[in-house]
Write a protein that binds this ligand. Sequence first.
Ligand code: CP
Ligand code: NVA
Length: 304
Amino acid sequence: MHGRDFLSLQDCSPDELEQLLSTAQAIKRDGPGTALAGQTIALLFDKPSLRTRVSFEVAAARLGGRAIVVAQHEARIGEREPVSDAARVLSRMVQALIVRTFAQATLEEYARWAAVPVVNALSDAEHPCQALADLLTLRERLGALRGLTLAYIGEGNNVATALAFGAVLTGVRFRCASPPGHGLPEHVLAAAATLPGGGSVEQLADPVAAVRDAAAVYTDVWASMGQEHLLTQRTEAFAPYRLDAALLAAAPPDALVMHDLPAHRGEEITDEVIESLRSVVFDQAENRVHAQQALLLLLLGSAG
Ligand code: CP
Ligand code: NVA
């Protein structure tokens, strides 16, 4: 994986994903070392962020490198100059570009022109760095991933897509329960079906059927960044998909509760459920740091 882009979890083989997760666990246990000494990563955000920004900054610092956040309201890439120029300029200065944007095509444009690895820090299509942290969290809590069922309740969005790909690659059964018309895109289901690793992806409408036998139940916002204007018109269709105590009661009693955060309490998840002892949402957030250290090591470290 050394020197490559990370635009989608589809870019990983099962062995590479296994290596990422075991490296992340080892770094969390033993400390990160200084493999990125003298290296700089640039973080570019077209959308807001707390976790992704701070976790990449901390990950780079812990590895002995540094991160620069490029303020998009100042750089105005795409407006002051094309992505093709910005990508080539930044490639002369830093060793990786970490990009949060809207269209996956924008990430692909960065990757086309950059001479350094480009990492998807969330696009409308996928959030692969979140899925790395989520799989790490499941592994820490439950051990081997192969054969587990992960239920995802809500929109088949960027977070669900990355989890679907990650699940197949790690041998997990992924069930996505969504209101009709809001499930995983057909091209994601088709792509997931071609991936190696032995896991599976099933799109359902019934949230109760999805959580039955699930080792963990995951949810995310009903309207993602850039689509907030759709929230009001979605509320009625999404209400039966709220992760509340009644839905959780249909899952095994030890099922974990997961959310990538930020959460909208009272919408996709109740306060009671996210604050319950079964919730691992802050482990997921912390694990962004460890998983991304492993990712940076694999992309940039001398042993990658
Ligand atoms: N989960 C996540 O990516 O959070 P931020 O939007 O705060 O980065
Ligand atoms: N689906 C959400 C995830 C936020 C981390 C969004 O794209 O806004």
